[in-house]
Design a protein around this ligand. Structure first.
Ligand code: SF4
Length: 354
């Protein structure tokens, strides 16, 4: 039996202004059989919210609903970890359903993909922003010589590419910007991207975690083995390929599982891939509200994610309660993983770990 597609929109919620733009028309033409529902604002679509504990319903919304809007305010925010700047989003939401997902759920728990149709405005803004920076002259952990722009803060670019050409347009924009690079993290292998000829100006960061944990937590994503098998192909196609070892979830046997993954990473990659590879390592941060939602539909995930014996809580800026591994303990756990990397993947430069 073949798995149902990740996305198969049967209903598109569309702002009139988005429908008039060429990208909006292209998305509507791509799914001609989908019902169109006009909405005044992509922010206010109450029927997408609904019952958080009804996993079957919100997964169906992820597959069947698409939102088409216009991104109003454009700005590139300084970052300094994954990238120098966070580019204005060309999409938000996600068709996947990771149990620990920290991407803001702006459209309820289903949080289906919203595509922004004013891509020409966004690429124009970015080109001017890059020009204003001038050359990048001080190498740092983000990059040696390019300003790096994260183009996927609020979505997964490889999945967004299933519904529009926005990500392709960004890859093509950065191909012509010798002082800058695009970058996005993904948990989905979309081989259409292999034909885009990025010429080294786009960095794809494949997220990896041990398969046993991913099966429980990385819901609707590409299996880790498929992500590993894609790394060489993306390098050959002209992408810079990095890995995000994240989130790192501590449980019985976690170090053995990570050792196995690091060995598999070496086995899956050519010398050329390993030479250019670098990693971000990010320990799990979880959230009380998400914990409570998850208990209703996926309690086994919470056995791994919610560990009051190891975690401390902190009130977030938004007023919620985040939990993370206790600070002294976290440092020790990170050091254990970094030493595992040094043993099993000595070629892997860790750009940052926290
Ligand atoms: S792929 Fe990323 S954005 Fe999508 S559900 Fe998983 S963590 Fe969230």
């Amino acid at each position: 039996m073949t798995a149902p597609p990740l996305i198969s929109p049967t209903r598109i919620y569309v702002e009139p202004a988005a429908a008039e733009l060429p990208r909006g028309r292209a998305v509507l033409d791509r799914f001609p059989d989908a019902e169109r529902v006009e909405v005044a604002s992509h922010w206010r679509i109450p029927e997408l919210h609904g019952d958080e504990a009804n996993a079957r319903r919100w997964v169906r919304i992820k597959r069947e609903a698409l939102v088409l809007g216009v991104k109003k305010s454009l700005s590139a925010r300084p970052n300094g970890r994954s990238a120098h700047f966070i580019a204005p989003s060309t999409a938000n939401g996600c068709a996947m359903a990771c149990a620990y997902c920290y991407v803001p759920r702006r459209k309820g728990y289903s949080n289906p993909i919203t595509v922004f149709a004013n891509i020409e405005q966004i690429t124009g803004y970015l080109a001017r922003h890059v020009a204003r920076q001038g050359p990048m002259t001080t190498p740092d952990q983000v990059d040696d010589r390019a300003w790096v722009y994260d183009i996927g803060e609020n979505s997964d670019g490889a999945v967004d590419a299933l519904v529009s050409d926005n990500v392709r347009d960004l890859v093509e924009l950065f191909r012509g910007l010798p002082t800058a690079k695009a970058s996005f993290a993904t948990k989905y292998v979309n081989r259409d991207l292999l034909d885009w000829d990025p010429q080294g100006r786009t960095r794809v960061r494949f997220s990896l975690m041990p398969e046993r944990t991913a099966k429980l937590l990385d819901i609707r994503t590409s299996p880790v083995a498929r992500r590993l098998a894609a790394l060489d192909d993306f390098v050959t196609a002209g992408y810079e390929v990095h890995v995000n070892l994240s989130p790192v979830v501590v449980h019985d046997g976690w170090l053995e599982d990570w050792a196995e993954l690091l060995v598999a990473l070496g086995d899956a990659t050519s010398a050329a891939t390993r030479d250019q590879l670098a990693a971000e390592v990010i320990m799990l941060t979880h959230n009380r509200a998400l914990h409570e939602v998850n208990l209703g539909w996926h309690p086994r995930a919470e056995e791994l994610l919610w560990r009051p014996d190891l975690q401390e809580s902190k009130r977030s800026e938004g007023g919620g309660v985040n939990v993370r591994y206790r600070s002294g303990l976290k440092r020790a756990l990170l050091d254990q993983l970094l030493s595992l990397i040094a043993t099993h993947a000595p070629y892997l430069r860790v750009r940052y770990a926290f």
